[in-house]
Design a protein around this ligand. Structure first.
Ligand code: G3I
Length: 304
């Protein structure tokens, strides 16, 4: 196979990208998107502030265009994200207690019902753990009670039983980090108590402060052994040239080595599309030419 998506499919995986909906009119961007990827994530347009700008008034118009494009090119969609401390609309930021808990559940139900049957996997809860302690991150959602995460997953299962329900976070790639252990213990507890959870997303934003760890494959394997799928959900890797390419190849091989690793999503197409203010963390350069990193991934997937 000569594209990332087709090569991944031959390995029983998907290969996806984050999509910024306002770039679909850029022909270079759209051409690469349509050719290479068979899983799409909205970079911002399915977040809480985008979909529910006023309480209980939903705006699906922009996000629906991602579903349309996915259907046109035979791709699937990851939903991102239903419950998160960040990118909350102002009205939600000002809520607390039972009013906030109810609003969270209403958002999950309304959004998942609108997209019922159209989403491969939902990031039900995003980034709920503290960066250093292994405990929960303080947030307005956390202050509604420690059971807010399981409440979100139970609500999500009822809304769309066909979607895989994921917990998604960053800095959970290194097995020896407290944050990784915190999320691992959450998933272990959910499986033991029958709280619905199907997958764990590893964002995998690798940079000097949080480099690709040598135990990354071990981390994916250990989570999968709990009985959940694992997905690489927001991959980007700081650097350039052969060093960056080698790391991209290693990440790809790690996913392929874990039976329950469903696929890889990169967090943007060209370096110039990245959320990072500087650097060259993606697979295509600013002109849309495939980089060494692209070739390393395609080769690891058995394509070329
Ligand atoms: O759309 C508004 C525009 O109307 C306004 O004029 C402009 C001025 O600031 O802001 C625009 O919104 C920006 C939005 O991206 C769209 O470009 C926000 O300010 C900006 O904060 C937002 O950044 C996004 C970030 O999440 C916000 O948390 C990035 O694009 C997006 O890549 C990033 O993605 C996150 C994942 O969701 C979760 N994991 C980490 C990852 C990287 O930070």
């Amino acid at each position: 196979a000569s594209t990332l998506g087709a090569a991944a499919a031959e390995k029983g995986r998907y290969f996806g990208t984050a999509v910024s909906l306002n770039k679909l009119s850029d022909s270079t961007y759209s051409t690469i998107l349509n050719r290479e990827f068979n899983m799409l994530t909205a970079e911002n347009e399915m977040k809480i502030d985008a979909l529910e700008p006023n309480q209980n008034q939903f705006n699906f118009t922009t996000a629906d265009r991602l579903i349309t494009r996915a259907n046109e090119i035979g791709a699937k969609v990851r939903g991102h994200t239903l419950a998160w401390h960040s990118q909350q609309p102002g009205w939600m930021q000002s809520l607390s207690g039972t009013a906030l808990r109810s609003a969270m559940k209403n958002h999950i139900t309304q959004v998942m019902t609108h997209y019922k049957g159209k989403i491969h996997s939902w990031d039900v809860v995003n980034e709920a753990f503290d960066d250093s302690t292994g405990g929960r991150r303080d947030s307005n959602l956390q202050r509604t009670g420690n059971d807010w995460i399981e409440d979100a997953f139970v609500t999500a299962r009822a809304a769309d039983p066909a979607a895989k329900l994921c917990y998604n976070d960053y800095n959970t790639d290194n097995w020896s980090w407290a944050k990784t252990q915190g999320v691992y213990n959450l998933v272990k507890d959910f499986k033991a108590r029958g709280v619905p959870i199907d997958c764990v997303g590893f964002q995998s934003h690798f940079n000097s402060g949080s480099p690709y760890p040598s135990n990354y494959r071990t981390t994916l394997q250990n989570f999968a052994a709990l009985g959940v799928d694992v997905q690489i959900t927001e991959l980007d890797i700081e650097g350039s040239g052969s060093t960056q390419a080698t790391t991209y190849g290693n990440v790809t091989n790690d996913c392929l080595a874990v039976a329950r690793c469903n696929g890889i999503t990169v967090w943007g197409i060209r370096d110039t599309d990245s959320w990072r203010a500087s650097g060259t963390p993606l697979l295509f350069d600013g002109s849309g030419n495939p980089k060494q990193a692209y070739t390393a991934v395609l080769t690891a997937l058995g394509g070329g």
